[in-house]
Design a binder for this molecule. Structure first.
Ligand code: SF4
Ligand code: SF4
Length: 434
């Protein structure tokens, strides 16, 4: 089913068996199983891809744009994410990977790693500014940005207010390299679902300059086929600092901030953000937080094992100069053009008073539930079921234990009823007994 709000992460209903595995792993409790099938609560989904990784039946997928989309443009530019390089063995040079993209039909390539170098420099300048709230939190991972909107709105002011490298790359191509040129189509080659969603619903800027986003998975086989035929051109320009953004510790290493935390995996990210919210990270200046294990190399649209990919990317960095050949045409400003608002999907009601009443009701209901968090009701925890009941989206009989309790009570009442006699007969019966 196509969602009303665009989300790259979708459910393939026919593959879902309602096993409830995914509901336990969703960091925002965005999944429920009802009538034997999972469904995603759109307002809560941050497109982190965790459910794609954990569904044992392959019923969750990330959708990106088809390669066929290229034909709508007369001049096609590929913007490969640095993680693309890590999908191929070291014997396949970055030049060869980029040449393969040209062989596939792109007229030009612009490495997102080059744009990452621009963002690195701008982030360094922000870190030097006195009065900036500390620590600054990287805004490179859209799933993490959305997580903040949903669960940690008090930390939104600490996000790095800069365009992500993919967007910077698209703007460099359209505004600086080919200004006013008709028919230019710019395509990001992505490792993750979150970035597909972020181009449709941008975070911190009004509209994306990208014309399409193609998953590495969808491009991998044709690209592998094209590699052997492609004459190797000298196309790689990005330096180690930009390439490193494809893995965890890459961005913080590039920024050079020693008092930094690099965290990967959405559960670990939540742990660090909770500590930050609780005031435990006063000695930290920068947080690089990435939803996928290993960073972008672990994105759900990649094909290689993230540990292998991370090692390969490190080797690519070793082979590249620290800084690349320098930006071909830097933008004047990389700053966000709009602020980010919190998302109220977790609030029980926009009216504070009403929300408090509902909260009390929810606590009472939760107290009456068994607290086993078994998931058989289709909600991830007993508290989540209590919340669904208060919201009018579930009933206490969805809990098998509550249902059994009700059936027992009903059975007792029936037995008691069965023993009752009409008053007249009741007398006779008593007389007979005496
Ligand atoms: S993990 Fe979720 S999506 Fe996958 S089969 Fe089980 S209930 Fe369905
Ligand atoms: S993508 Fe992430 S937030 Fe969305 S439903 Fe899946 S696990 Fe939950």
């Amino acid at each position: 089913m196509t969602p009303t709000v665009f989300h790259s992460v979708r459910l393939e209903e026919e593959k879902c068996v309602g096993c409830t595995t995914c509901i336990k792993h969703c960091p925002t409790e965005a999944i429920r199983v009802r009538k034997g099938r999972a469904s995603i609560i759109e307002e809560r989904c941050i497109d982190c891809g965790e459910c794609i990784r954990t569904c044992p039946h392959g019923a969750k997928k990330a959708v990106s744009d088809p390669l066929a989309m290229l034909s709508a443009f007369s001049y096609k530019v590929a913007l490969p994410a640095p993680s693309l390089y890590s999908q191929f063995p070291e014997s396949t040079s970055v030049d060869r990977v980029l040449s393969g993209l040209v062989e596939l039909g792109f007229d030009e390539v612009y490495e997102v790693a080059e744009a990452a170098e621009l963002v690195t420099e701008a982030t360094k300048r922000l870190l030097e500014e006195p009065g900036r709230p500390r620590p600054l939190i990287s805004s490179a991972c859209p799933a993490v940005v959305k997580l903040l909107q949903l669960r940690f709105p008090s930390l939104l002011g600490q996000l790095v207010p800069l365009l992500p490298p993919m967007e910077v790359a698209a703007r460099v191509v359209k505004e600086r390299l080919h200004p006013g040129k008709a028919g230019v189509g710019v395509f990001f080659i992505t490792p993750c679902a979150g970035k597909v969603t972020a181009t449709r619903s941008p975070l911190g800027y009004e509209r994306s300059f990208l014309d399409g986003v193609i998953g590495i998975k969808d491009l991998y086989l044709p690209l592998r086929g094209a590699l052997s035929q492609a004459p190797s051109r000298r196309l790689a320009r990005a330096g180690a600092r930009g390439i490193g953004w494809g893995r965890v510790e890459g961005e913080s290493g590039a920024v050079g901030e020693r008092r930094s935390i690099s965290v990967d995996g959405i559960g670990n990210v939540i742990g660090v953000l909770e500590a930050l919210e609780n005031g435990e990270l006063k000695d930290v200046d920068f947080i690089e937080a990435l939803a996928c294990p290993g960073g972008c190399v672990g994105g759900p649209l990649t094909v290689e094992n993230p540990y292998i990919a991370k090692t390969r990317l490190r080797h690519r960095e070793d082979a590249a100069p620290p800084a690349g050949e320098g930006p071909r045409a830097p933008l004047d400003s990389l700053a966000w053009t709009e602020g980010l608002r919190s998302r109220l999907a977790l609030a029980l009601d926009p009216d504070m008073l009403k929300a408090l009443v509902m909260m009390e009701e929810m606590e009472l209901i939760a107290e009456g539930l068994p607290g086993l968090d078994c998931g058989s009701c289709g909600a991830p925890t007993c508290r989540a079921l209590a919340e669904d009941i208060v919201r009018g989206k579930a009933s206490s009989s969805d809990c098998v234990f509550k249902l059994r309790e009700s059936v027992r009570k009903l059975a007792r009442e029936l037995i008691a009823l069965e023993e009752l006699q009409p008053p007249g007969l009741d007398r006779e019966d008593k007389a007979a007994k005496s």
